[in-house]
Ligand binder design. Sequence first.
Ligand code: CP
Length: 313
Amino acid sequence: MKDITMNHFLDINKIAPTELRKIIDHARQMKDARQGQPKGTMDAEQPLAGHMVALIFEKPSTRTRVSFDVGVRQLGGQTMVLSGADMQLGHGETIADTARVLSRYVDMIMIRTFEEATLLEMAEHADVPVINGLTNRTHPCQIMADIMTFEEHRGPITGKKVVWSGDGNNVFASFAHAAGQFGFDLTFTGPEQLDPEMGFIEEARAKGSNVQIERDPHKAVQGADLVVTDTWVSMHDHPTTRERRHNQLRAYQVNAELMAHANEDALFMHCLPAHRNEEATSEVMDGSNSVIFDEAENRLHAQKAVMRWCLGK
Ligand code: CP
C-alpha cells in the first residue's frame, strides 16, 4: 500500500503555492545554518539517516548530479547514481517494472529523463517519492533554486517582472509554472518558431500572472527585475538544428546593450551550462548583476528542502 504522506515533486504547477513557499523558506534556513562550514560537513539535523536515494540520469549533468549527491549526504542519507543506459531500463525493461523494483531497494528516486511520460509513469508505479530532475518539457528543481536566488538578492518575487530571452524551452516552461504559483509577471521574447507551448502561458494567465510575448527584445526587457536566458541548443534538440537556431536566436543574445534597457538593478540568470558569448556575453555573465553561480549553489539547498518535503521530514 502506498505511503499516504508521500509527495512526488514532479512539477511546480502540481504543488500548492503554500507548500512551495515552505520549501523555499526551509531551503533558506538550511543554507543559513551551514554558513562557513566545509561542504562535507553533515547538517545538524539528519532527516535522511538510514535512507537510500537513487539518482537516475538518462542525460548528462553536472549541477543536478553533484548537488543531489552532496545534498543527500549532508542530510545523512546515501545515494546510488545510475546511468539510464547501464540499467535494464535502457534495454527494454518497462518503466513501471523499474519503478516497482527500485521501490524495494531505495527510499526516493530522482530521475533526469527525456520524455515527461517516463517521469509520470515512474511516479505512478513507484511506492517512494519521485523527483523530476529535468525532462524535455520542464525543469522544476532549477526554478525552485532560481526563485530562492532572486529572493536572496531582491526580496519577494511576487509582483516582479521576469523576462526570458531566447528559446521557449523546458526551463522557460517551469518559469511559467512558477509565475502562476508565485505571482510574478513573465515576458517571453524570442523568435516565433521557438515559442513555448501556449498551454504553459495560458495556465499562468489563468492564475493571474501577466504573461506576455514580445518579439522586440529591447521592448521586452523594459522594467525587468530579472533577465533570464538559456542555451540555444538544448540536450534534446538535434545537433543539425544548431545553425538554424543560432540564426533565429542571435537577436536575443543577452549582452550589456540589452541589459541597459532593463531596470538598473535587474538581475541576470542562466541555469548553466552556458555557451559563453552565444546566448549571453561573458561581460553580462561575469557582471555585477549576474547571480549565475548563486543559482548553481542554491540547487543544493533548494533540493535538500524538496527531498525533505517529499519524505515529510
Ligand atoms: N542546470 C542544470 O540542470 O545543470 P546540469 O545539466 O549540469 O545538471
